[in-house]
Design a protein around this ligand. Structure first.
Ligand SMILES: [Zn+2]
Length: 130
């Protein structure tokens, strides 16, 4: 792959994300490979200015808006807040703690209770300097 190719790939990826595509969901290696293979020919023929006008943020915003109105993506994606228990989370899966629920710092009351108990135990085990 040429240096120019990598530049286009990077610009394109940023564009897809701006358009509301999520890395690891809509954007995966297949998407990127398809995307790139469509661009390789253009890379030789399209000037930088033309490229910029094709892949600008206005176009991304337009696509994002149309995808939102079509219900493909939610307009405000909930932010992932990891359960405060971290690796000790009772619902830990896929190397990630479960998301915290609502305004709580924990994924569940049980998880919060066991984390608080752990903190208490570790405090009790901490040697005190006298
Ligand atoms: Zn948890």
């Amino acid at each position: 792959m040429t240096v120019g190719g990598w530049r286009l790939l990077g610009a394109g990826l940023a564009w897809w994300i701006a358009a509301g595509f999520r890395l690891g969901f809509e954007i995966d290696s297949v998407t990127l490979v398809n995307f790139f293979s469509e661009l390789v020919d253009e890379e030789r023929t399209v000037s930088d200015a033309r490229f910029a006008s094709l892949w600008n943020s206005a176009a991304a915003a337009k696509l994002r808006a149309s995808r939102q109105s079509a219900g493909v993506i939610e307009s405000s994606e909930p932010k992932y807040r990891a359960c405060q228990s971290g690796k000790k989370c009772l619902r830990f899966e896929k190397r990630k703690p479960a998301p915290a629920k609502g305004s709580s710092d924990y994924c569940s009351p049980a998880c919060g209770a066991s984390d608080r108990a752990r903190v208490k135990r570790s405090l009790a085990l901490t040697p005190t300097v006298s």
